[in-house]
Structures are given as structure tokens and as C-alpha cells.
Write a protein that binds this ligand. Sequence first.
Ligand code: ADP
Length: 221
Amino acid sequence: MRAIHKAYDDGTTRQEVLAGVDLDVRSGELVALLGPSGSGKSTLLNIIAGLDPPDSGSVELAGQSVTSLDERSRTLLRRRDIGFVFQFFNLVPTLTVAENVALPLELTGSARAAGRAAAASLLHRVGIAGRDDSFPDELSGGEQQRVAIARALAHRPRLVLADEPTGNLDHATGQRVLDLLTGLVREFDTAMLIATHSTEVVARADRVLTLRDGVLVDTAA
Ligand code: ADP
């Protein structure tokens, strides 16, 4: 992404959240994104995902310009190339565990049976085998985040965007979830940008960047 600017206007004041952000993340690279609450981390992730338009600047994903695509193409690109992991898991409560994981595959056109088979195999990998027909609210927080990791990776996206993935888990559970997530993205050679306050994430990252006054500053890992 190049020269990203984004400001929010609440009617009286205009706050420039991103004031010229440049960022490249290569495949297989794990980049930690730090910065205090309100510094614009989520805004940056949303802009990369094409969920929120920047005021100016460009975002490219897999050689395609996210910022110049129309809404429908942007949605297709997002479904195909991006996986998301959120702080509050964000599983679909009315779908079973297996259906949640198969969803991104079905949205990108996989046949139902193929989606189910891939979901079962990934659920096994994340240590959730045997709970395929459970609903999210029957699982612990750590288990829900494992399911969310399986969902984020099911369609083998090029990029995983993670927003405080351990922020709602106790320390030990967070560690295990983080080991799993970083292990899988490394194995699949996926790029990952992970907004976090966690020093454990920083220790595992290839690069650490901090959002400060609207720009990214290289911080030692
Ligand atoms: P972080 O993820 O680092 O906590 P955010 O990206 O959520 O930061 O927010 C950055 C700033 O932008 C905050 O001051 C927030 O209030 C403001 N902001 C974010 N989204 C909106 C929005 N949709 N409308 C107005 N202000 C927003």
C-alpha cells in the first residue's frame, strides 16, 4: 500500500488517522502492527481489506489494485485472498463449527462436499476434531478462536489480517492460539499482518511496525 491517507470528521473537528502510510507485506512474512488504542490499527486493516476506502493512496493485493476495483470485484478479491481473525472470534452463531469453517470455501465457489472435507481436515489440524457439529456458543473462547483460525485459512488466502487475536483470551490460551496461528501461516506461506499489544506476538514477528501520529515507524523486534 502506498501513501494511504484517512481522516474522520465528526462535524467539528477533523482527525487525520493515517497520514501517509506505506507498507509491503511479502508472502510468508509475519508483520506485527503496534500502536496505542485509537492510533488507527483497525482502520488500516479495514483499508487493506477494502472494507473502508482511503481518502487517497492505493492498496494492491496479489497484483490487483483493491482501491480501484468496483465494489463487487473488491468483495470477490477479499473473499478469495484474505482471511480474518478477530478479537471476539466473530463466528456465525447459527452455523455449526464445520459450517463456519466451510463458509469461505463455499463463498469462493467450492462444492459443498469439498468444503466440508477441507473444513474437517483443518479442524483436525487446529485441535477441534469431534466438535464439528457443535455451535460456537458451546465452545470455550480458545476453542472458538481455533475455529476462527481454521475459517481464516480454509480457502488458503494470500493474506491473513488479525486484529488482537489473543486480546480476549487468558495468557496461556492466548499463547497456544498464537502458536497455532503463526505455525499455520508459516506452513502455508501466508502473509500475516497482526494488530496487537502482545509482546509474544512481537517476539514471533519478522518485522514490527508501530503506528505513531498517522505513520508507520519501524520498531525493533
Ligand atoms: P485502533 O485500532 O488503533 O484502536 P482505530 O482504527 O479503531 O484505532 O481508530 C482510530 C481513530 O479513528 C480513533 O480515534 C477512532 O475514534 C477513529 N475512527 C475509527 N473509525 C471511525 C469512524 N467510522 N468514524 C469516525 N471515527 C472513526
